[in-house]
Structure formats: structure tokens, C-alpha cells
Design a protein around this ligand. Sequence first.
Ligand SMILES: [Zn+2]
Length: 255
Amino acid sequence: MSDLLTSDAELQELRTRLQAGSWRHVVILTGAGISVASGLPTYRGPGGLWTRPGMEEVPNAAMFAREPSRLWSLFSPLRGHARAANPNAAHLALAAWEARRPEGQSFTLLTQNVDGLHLRAGSRDVVELHGSLLRTRCGSPDCTLSAFEDLSEHAQAPACGRCGQPLRPDITLFDEPLPVDAEWAAKKALRECDLFLAIGTSGTVAPAANFVRGARYAGAWTLLVNLTPMQPRHPDFDVEILGRAEHLLSVLLGE
Ligand SMILES: [Zn+2]
């Protein structure tokens, strides 16, 4: 493993360029790898929650329509884990970097994670592409009830106070498209982006693979920070930095 790690000298060079302060539109994309040091499991991929033995069915829209309480039985414990977890050094480094960005620089943090840890770390401009475990919304698309913060671990699907339909966690299920406003915000940020940094996500599958293509089209410098190398390597990433996010981001982005 150690021969895959990016060397200290290389990291210092990258740090100097990242911290040059001349970036106008910074876009960050984070995935499950950034929350591993906070003790949260990954959901997909090898060893992920939804690929373990006994998970005969991934949570999707059909499951919610048929058996909303089953969806809650899967997500309530995850809500409990997310509540109990704390942001780690990687979340904190991103929040601190955003806080001290130069005037005129825009900063957009796109996250695939539903654990709410970026917001708890103090990041401000966060687009939750897959929603949040810490919010609940009505399952009816026609209902006017807004999503609301909800830290309760429901054993049964609660009923909407407005329309009576079952409530659901405010997250994007497997077969559902990204929320329209999140997708729009991501596309807008990528169109203007001159620095794109993906962290803790595979560089070769959606959405990272599509987002890096968009950033590259806009002319951005593109970097991936991940524990394992891209296989195959995505041609639109300029730099691949291998190692643990909580260590690397402190070095690259820290004061
Ligand atoms: Zn409702």
C-alpha cells in the first residue's frame, strides 16, 4: 500500500498550487470515503451495507411504495449512526478552507453523502446530491409539506400531518433521479469551475465521472483524492492523490 501513497514532496507542490488563492470557482465533490474516519459505513461497493448477505433488496422507490415501514427499518439505524458520528479532520479542513477563501472566489461543495457531516463541520455552500438522513419529508409528490430536520428513529413510517401519506427520509433512493435543484446547482457550479477536487469517491463511476468531464470541459484543473487508485484511470483527472482523506486534506488545505 505504501508505494501507492503520494510523496511528501509532491504533496507540498500540490499544496502550493491549491493555496495560490487565484482560483475563481472551486468545486469539491465528496463521497463515502471522506466519512470513513468518522466511523460511518459505505453503502455501495464491496463490503457496503447494501451488498451484504441478507440484503436481498436495495432500498428503492418500489420498496417505499409497497412497505414504507421497511424503508424506515433500514434507515432509522443509519440516522442513529449519523447523529452519533462527528466530523473528522477532512470535513473540518474543507470548512476552514471555505471560510478563509479570498474575496470573489466562489466555493461549492457537492456531496454524495447523506450524513450531514459537512454542515456540522461548518461548510456553508453545500449541495446534498442525495439528500440527508437527518431530514424527513412527505412521500407524496403532491404534498406541500417541506422537508424538515428530524433526528427520531422511527420504527414505523409516520403519517404526514398535512396529507396523511407516509413520510420518508429525505434521501434519494437507488432508482430515483437526483433532486432537480441539487442537479441544477451542480451543473451551474461545474460550468464556471476552474478547480475541481473530488474526495473519497470512485473517479470512474457516476456522478464523479460525469462531473469531472463537466469540469474539464470548463477548463478546470482536476484532482482526485482517494484511498485506492482509479481502475481504469479516468482521462479527465489531471492528478490522482492516494491516501487517507483526513490526513491528505489537512496537509493540502491546512493553514
Ligand atoms: Zn404530505
